[in-house]
Design a binder for this molecule. Structure first.
Ligand code: GUN
Length: 297
């Protein structure tokens, strides 16, 4: 039976570590790290994500602000607001919650965020720096995956990592991060996707399998080898008449059966999910350190 990777516990540990650092800053009576989150429109899931991010900031003593804008906000107005926060010394991280309404060009918005405040790690400069192995902000969910591997002492160097999914938010960055020649990475990486033929040929060879394809219970026990470490990034809603809500959240992996073969496995919920916010707080703290250091030198 696999060791269940407790993402909730690790995320709480990271938040406690950051809280201590912020308390120390407070004791010196100096500015604390600040995150501004910009939400455009009424998307219910986005509203709930933004609230959780802001609450998490407050809990560890960071400054947090939510800029809530109506759906009909113009691109020009949004870009102007980003300019405002780019040059505001109280906020070291800027996060524009995605998706944006259709009339706003997402690429243009992401590119307007000052790279030194890009705590999502979505700016093309951040992405480019990640690929060539330079210091940058790692996107939060992939960073959470690497942190879980590290904290559970799952060796990645020289191991075959198979990533299923090639999104810009998870699949591509996590593959590039694990490919880097450094501690906690140095892996042999294969990326599979919707056009991959005979997927099992690849997944069966994985020492570490990262599922980020967005299909409920897609990875089944016959697709993995004994002893594999499985990281499930999927968050899928499926009907469940036994739940008062009428649905439940499941991952991309058939947890019940794959856990019988795996050495390690993340549950859904409670695996990678809680790590995303912890990594956002960590990136905001990092941005603060970089920006304040720059101002001192
Ligand atoms: N929408 C869903 N996930 C994310 C995320 O990690 N960052 C932003 N900015 N928007 C999202």
């Amino acid at each position: 039976m696999a060791t269940i990777i407790d993402g909730k516990k690790i995320a709480l540990e990271i938040r406690a570590e950051l809280k201590e650092k912020v308390s120390w800053l407070k004791s010196l009576n100096i500015r604390v790290p600040g995150l501004v989150t910009i939400l455009v429109g009424e998307n219910a899931a986005s509203q709930s994500y933004v609230t959780s991010k802001s609450k998490a900031c407050n809990e560890i003593g960071m400054l947090s602000k939510i800029e809530k804008l109506p759906t009909e906000t113009t691109e020009e107005h949004l870009l102007g607001l980003i300019d405002h926060y780019n040059s505001n010394d109280d906020y070291h991280g800027i996060l524009v919650q995605l998706p944006l309404p259709k009339h706003i060009n997402e690429d243009k918005v992401i590119e307007r965020i000052a790279p030194e405040k890009d705590v999502d790690g979505f700016h093309p400069i951040s992405v480019g720096r990640l690929v060539i192995g330079k210091d940058t902000f790692y996107p939060c969910t992939p960073n959470g995956v690497l942190e879980l591997l590290k904290r559970y002492k799952i060796e990645t160097s020289g191991k075959h990592v198979v990533v299923v999914g090639r999104s810009n938010i998870v699949g591509k960055p996590v593959a590039n991060m694990l490919l880097q020649k450094k501690d906690g990475a140095n892996a042999i990486v294969t990326v599979c996707h919707s056009a991959s033929k005979d997927l099992t040929r690849f997944t069966k060879d994985a020492d570490i399998l990262i599922a980020a394809i967005g299909k409920p219970n897609f990875i089944t026990a016959d697709m993995v080898k004994d002893g594999v470490a499985v990281i499930d990034v999927g968050i899928n809603r499926v009907e469940d008449s036994s739940s008062p809500k009428g649905y439940k959240i499941v991952g991309d992996v058939d947890f019940e059966n794959v856990s019988k073969k795996a050495s390690f496995i993340t549950p859904v919920p409670g695996g990678v999910g809680p790590m995303t916010i912890a990594m956002l707080l960590q990136n905001t703290f990092l941005a603060y350190i970089k920006i304040t250091k720059q101002k001192l030198t």
